[in-house]
Design a binder for this molecule. Structure first.
Ligand SMILES: [Zn+2]
Ligand SMILES: [Zn+2]
Length: 429
């Protein structure tokens, strides 16, 4: 018997780019609210991941309702076809091939099923070091008195069920405390954010303000059914933000709440524009593209929300007490920056919003227009605001005269939202 000797050349693995030591801070783009077939989205996780990776995102959390992408899950082809108008399976099979796509049953019968790959399987398939990472997440989906309470928990190690209590405030708090206990038990950074407060007009500024465990919320959600702009009886999410900030600083000695923009995408095949990818995201200033590095930067407030405006720099100089920002301008676009804040001594009395019979509605109350007023307006690619000394906080909203690539009725112009300054990050002095 002849033995074939193979000359094996053993080489150390070489990455295209070595891992840098102490890389500089840079902006990373991400979306922390997305759905797939694991709950009510209409595409396979790998397809959704690839859309985001191909469209300039660096991190993505697939946040299905009350489920993690874990365990052995098969979805009947009938459901795949109904939810995607026959689009999802042929695209998935063509894109990744028979060697990746797992099916069982007879292709022409109703018992044909497609396997939904779990997080641990699709993660290494779609990730690219320093370019694109996945973070495990869940949309903890509950309610109080039929008012929806949806809270995303990002970077979970396991499932957190929705919680119940006898008030809206306590129900929100219990979810956050359950996530905090989970994070402590697993020694990991987990970030919770309250989703779309105006979805079903479920959650008011007064509900959120006292729950100091809630440090993040969505000022923009790309789903067209969530009423970011409010209506005649309900204030916008921007105004909810200012009311929460003012109550927290003046009455609770607490920092402002921080704000995200997200997609909340469900539909991926061009049949529906209700909730599609690419409408709202966050830009996070961090050194490393890892879940912990991204979430710690967000917890320190080092990020902004966007629906199309990109910022080069946002900084607050504590000595001159000046908030300065510079925009990365797009050709032909013009920008207006509005500095929004509340001054010390503002009147905090409020009245309920009522229906035509005078019955109070369950919604954010009516406050002084001096809460969250426009303190200054600046045109052009850079803008600065020097504090006069009586501001409780100041935040900036930058608006372009151009439409987003994927506009909605309440997203007609590209915008960016900085966090509110100054505030002391938790753990700081
Ligand atoms: Zn939701
Ligand atoms: Zn959602």
């Amino acid at each position: 018997m002849r033995t074939m000797l193979l000359a094996l050349v053993i080489t150390a693995p070489v990455f295209a780019q070595p891992i840098p030591a102490d890389p500089p801070l840079r902006w990373w783009k991400g979306n922390l609210h997305t759905h797939t077939f694991w709950s009510d989205g209409n595409d396979f996780p790998e397809m959704v991941c690839e859309w985001y990776a191909d469209n300039g995102y660096n991190f993505l959390a697939l946040s299905d309702h009350n489920t993690l992408s874990q365990g052995d899950r098969w979805i009947p082809i009938k459901a795949v076809n109904e939810r995607s108008r026959e689009s999802a399976f042929p695209k998935y099979l063509e894109r990744f091939g028979e060697s990746w796509v797992q099916t069982r049953g007879n292709r022409d019968s109703d018992d044909f099923e497609v396997r939904l790959k779990p997080f641990d399987e699709y993660r290494p398939f779609v990730e690219e070091r320093g370019r694109f990472i996945m973070i495990q997440a869940e949309e903890i989906t509950g309610s109080f008195n039929q008012r929806p309470i949806h809270i995303n928990a990002t970077n979970l190690a396991g499932l957190i069920p929705p919680q119940q209590a006898d008030s809206m405030e306590e129900t929100i708090r219990r979810v956050l405390q359950a996530v905090e206990a989970h994070a402590a038990e697993h020694h990991r950074e987990v970030l919770t954010h309250l989703n779309h407060p105006n979805f079903g007009y479920g959650v008011t500024a007064e509900d959120i303000a006292p729950v100091l465990e809630e440090r993040f919320f969505e000022v923009f959600n790309g789903h067209t059914g969530v009423h970011n702009s409010g209506d005649d009886n309900h204030v916008s999410t921007d105004r909810i933000w200012d009311i929460i900030n003012t109550i927290r600083i003046t009455q609770l000695d607490a920092p402002p709440i921080m704000a995200l923009a997200t997609d909340d995408s469900h539909y991926y095949h061009g049949h529906s524009n209700v909730s599609i990818p690419g409408r709202g995201w966050v830009m996070v200033h961090a050194r490393h593209l890892t879940p912990e590095s991204i979430l710690l930067a967000m917890k320190a407030g080092d990020f902004y929300a966007s629906t199309g405006v990109s910022l080069d720099d946002v900084s607050f100089d504590a000595t001159s007490r000046t908030l300065t920002l510079s925009i990365l301008p797009e050709p032909g676009e013009h920008y207006v920056t509005r500095f929004i804040g509340t001054r010390r001594g503002v009147d905090l009395t409020s009245t309920p919003v009522t229906d035509p019979n005078g019955t109070p509605l369950v919604t954010t109350r009516t406050y002084s227009p001096h809460i969250g007023e426009v303190l200054a307006e600046v045109s052009g690619p850079t803008a600065a605001y020097a504090f006069q000394g009586d501001e409780l906080y100041v935040r900036a909203v930058i608006e372009s005269d151009a439409a987003p690539d994927r506009p909605t009725r309440d997203s007609l112009h590209k915008r960016a939202w900085t966090q509110a300054f100054p505030h002391t990050p938790p753990g700081g002095p």
